[in-house]
Design a protein around this ligand. Structure first.
Ligand code: ACM
Length: 761
């Protein structure tokens, strides 16, 4: 794919692109040209001069003019006038080299005219979106420029969950505008969930009357115990007319809308409306009021298949998209295990187990949809028990599912939590709004490569693209969606469009800075972490803890204040070894504007100067600043395990550390912290043991406990009266192990999160 687009771009450059027509009278005296297009075009020749064009005049006739006109006619962010006129100043033609890359385009803006060459809808819409960008970034003026570009991937998606929180059509359209702005061609609309059914289905009115509303909603984070609720009914749905309006709005911008109708899991809301579709028809199913994974799933009866086929028949009529997303994720099998009907069906169909039954379920739905000319997409759980023959897989629980599917020649869309979950925290700053968890900064998104390194080149063609996911448990209002999604959406767009030779994170950040200014001027709540300071904290044997400023935003200076003197001073070094206990503060300043404060609360203890050896390494996603993070004198967040202090061990892995002090230490107390976030599969350990040794080889048990509990998100375990004088300690912490049925992540090994081990005399 990359090679194809490179060749294509070279051809474009050499082909007869209209030559820049630069005349002196187009030079703007008081303005500089802003060139900050995102995604950065593979070919961008921009001058410092503005064109005279103040209005896009499109021809009154012709399909391509219609496409271009429709793409921007309702564009809310445009400040360039648009009209239909016989004296058109926009000329649209087909790409001459017959490129078969859908979405490819080329345009030039001269002093009086815009010439666009693009193939059909997607290419024209992409050209129009970049023209819009140039216009809004330059206050309504258009620079004299030549651009040609082609995407690296055919599927460029953004997802939005409108079930956990519901957003009116006006917000959904705004979201589609963002997709258009950043070169996406697919909107994955997540329409049904445990917490609400959001699409009108005329044949099943109780989906609107019952399934669309929940009685109340969880307050705070799922991990906060005990759970508390707001006592207020919440819900809503889109009428079929509204759905058509959205689909049409997107289509005019070259964006296809893929609806997701979840099955067989995440279906509590549908079961609340139609309990006969569950395995216990007499059960009082309810629309879920909190987040998570629920055991109430569709029973694979004929009644259920009739219901789903009738629902899908109405859905198909509303969505011209080739694909229908059928979910398939997180469907616990407990109800099917208990159901005599399901067990009998497993026998009758010769299936291996409940996973086989899920595969049977999905395959039946696939056959139905295929018979209607549609293809299915499912989350990677649809691999379990055997993949439906024509399914496209969305790999979300990492990349393994995607690799497996690609190797069996199924299409794959990459959307791993590690790089594509825009509901994760994007900064470890304590002021970040409450989010589900995790940590996915802008830079990590930017450096994502949807093609897994280990995948043989013959299978690369099956990775059709990538998608950013926006789950909205913790986004009540659309401005929070803007905050979480928009900057990372811009970063992912460069993953999906840019050739490696034009992709450059520093350039992207500079360009994003201009976009942020623009969005802020439009009251769009885009996250701005560009002036945040990144630190690395290291702890060296005998030296102690050092803070290093890892990256200084371009053109910025750093100031700092020590615990003993709160006045900020210019920080001219890159490293500071911490000597005083207390709060250190750092901030970046650029053009008089300060970034957010980075504060580090340091409390020295003797393990700070020790050496640590871990038997098992933490998962790369949660490895903080390395193993020494757990005794660097800085305590991890009480709220966020994804910060730079907590170490996370996945899949049932135990924690085992040997600690060597520079000399023999008197040790009376040892405390250690564990994170609890069962919604994120993070469990407290089963037990914790301390050993000591005289020689670093032979260890004796000193103390242990199995009594590890907490009412908050963090358990601090303190073992006292140890009465030790030793240079060597060993700590063993037993992971909780397999997550039991009925809990989120059931059947998987639990995560174990460990932080500051404090050793005191
Ligand atoms: C998912 O995040 N449950 C697909």
């Amino acid at each position: 794919m990359k090679l194809i687009s490179y060749v294509f771009c070279v051809i474009l450059l050499l082909s007869k692109s209209p030559k820049l027509n630069i005349t002196n009278d187009t030079t703007a005296n008081n303005f500089t040209v802003v060139k900050a297009i995102i995604p950065h075009p593979n070919v961008l020749n921009v001058t410092e001069q503005f064109s005279d064009i103040k209005e896009l005049r499109l021809s009154e006739t012709g399909k391509n003019y219609e496409i271009a006109f429709n793409a921007v006619k309702d564009y809310p962010f445009k400040n360039l006038r648009l009209s239909k006129d016989k004296n058109a100043n926009v000329v649209i033609s087909s790409l001459e080299n017959n490129s078969n890359i859908i979405g490819a385009f080329q345009f030039s803006i001269s002093s009086k005219k815009i010439s666009i060459a693009a193939n059909e809808q997607e290419g024209i819409c992409n050209a129009m979106s970049r023209i819009c960008q140039l216009s809004v970034l330059n206050g309504g003026r258009l620079p004299i420029v030549e651009i040609s570009d082609a995407p690296q991937f055919g599927y460029r998606g953004m997802h939005l969950d409108v079930c956990r929180h519901f957003f009116p059509v006006s917000d959904v359209k705004k979201y589609i505008d963002f997709l258009f702005f950043y070169g996406y061609n697919t909107f994955h609309w997540h329409l049904t969930e445990d917490q609400g059914w959001r699409i009108e289905i005329k044949k099943y009115p109780k989906l609107q009357e019952i399934a669309a509303y929940r009685n109340e909603t969880l307050i705070g984070h799922y991990n906060d115990q005990p759970h508390q609720f707001d006592g207020t009914q919440y819900g809503g749905f889109y009428t079929q007319a509204e759905v058509r309006e959205v689909v049409n709005y997107a289509a005019m911008r070259g964006i296809s809308v893929i609806p997701e109708i979840e099955l067989p899991g995440h279906s509590s809301a549908a079961l609340a409306a139609y309990p006969e579709l569950g395995c216990e028809p007499n059960k009082n199913y309810e629309v879920a009021t909190k987040w998570g994974v629920f055991e109430d799933i569709y029973c694979p009866t004929e009644k259920t298949f009739v219901f789903l086929e009738e629902v899908l028949s109405e859905v198909i009529e509303l969505f011209p998209s080739k694909y229908i997303h059928i979910g398939g994720d997180e469907a616990p099998k407990a109800a099917w295990k208990k159901s005599a009907f399901c067990q009998q069906l497993i026998k009758e169909k010769g299936l291996e187990d409940e996973h086989g039954l899920q595969s049977y379920f999905i395959t039946r739905i696939e056959q139905f949809l295929n018979s209607k000319g549609k293809s299915i997409i499912g989350w990677d759980e649809i691999l379990e028990g055997g993949l439906a023959p024509n399914a496209t897989v969305m790999s979300w629980r990492g990349i393994t599912g995607g690799i497996e599917a690609a190797k069996s020649k199924h299409q794959v869309i990459m959307t791993p939590t590690t790089h594509c979950y825009f509901d994760y925290y994007q900064s470890d700053h304590p002021d970040e709004p409450l989010a589900i968890g995790g940590f996915l900064p802008l830079e990590k998104v930017y450096h994502y490569d949807p093609i897994p390194e280990s995948l043989g080149t013959e299978f690369h063609q099956f990775i059709i693209g990538a998608q950013g996911n926006v789950w909205t448990e913790y986004m009540k209002k659309f401005d929070q969606v803007e905050y979480m999604a928009l900057a990372r959406m811009a970063a992912l767009s460069e993953v999906l469009w840019c050739d490696d030779r034009v992709k450059n994170y520093e350039q992207f950040k500079n360009n994003l800075d201009q976009h942020i200014n623009y969005w802020v001027s439009q009251n769009v709540n885009i996250a701005n972490h560009l002036l945040d300071i990144n630190t690395a904290i290291t702890t060296e044997y005998k030296t102690g803890t050092t803070v290093e400023i890892k990256s200084i935003p371009e053109g910025a200076t750093v100031e700092y204040a020590k615990p003993s003197d709160a006045t900020f001073k210019l920080f001219t070094e890159t490293k500071l070894t911490l000597k005083e206990n207390g709060i250190y503060q750092f901030k970046a300043i650029r053009s008089g504007k300060s970034g957010r404060l980075k504060t580090i609360d340091y409390q020295s203890h003797c393990a700070n100067f020790a050496k640590i050896t871990l038997k098992n390494m933490p998962h790369e996603k949660y490895s903080a600043n390395g193993p020494t993070s757990i005794f660097n004198g800085i305590t991890g967040s009480n709220e966020k395990y994804g910060d730079t202090e907590w170490l996370g061990f996945n899949d049932g892995t135990n924690f085992e550390a040997q600690i060597e002090f520079p000399e023999i230490e008197k040790i009376n107390t040892l405390s250690i912290r564990f994170f609890k976030g069962e919604g994120q599969w993070i469990y407290l350990p089963k037990h914790f043991k301390i050993f000591s040794s005289a020689d670093g080889e032979h260890y004796q048990l000193v103390a242990e406990t199995s009594n590890i509990k907490t009412n908050t998100k963090v358990a601090t375990v303190v073992l006292e009266n140890l009465n030790l004088a030793t240079q060597y300690l060993k700590i063993e912490v037993a992971n909780f192990g397999e997550i039991p049925d009925g809990r989120m992540g059931a059947g998987h090994g639990a995560w174990l999160f460990v932080d500051e081990i404090i050793v005191s005399p």
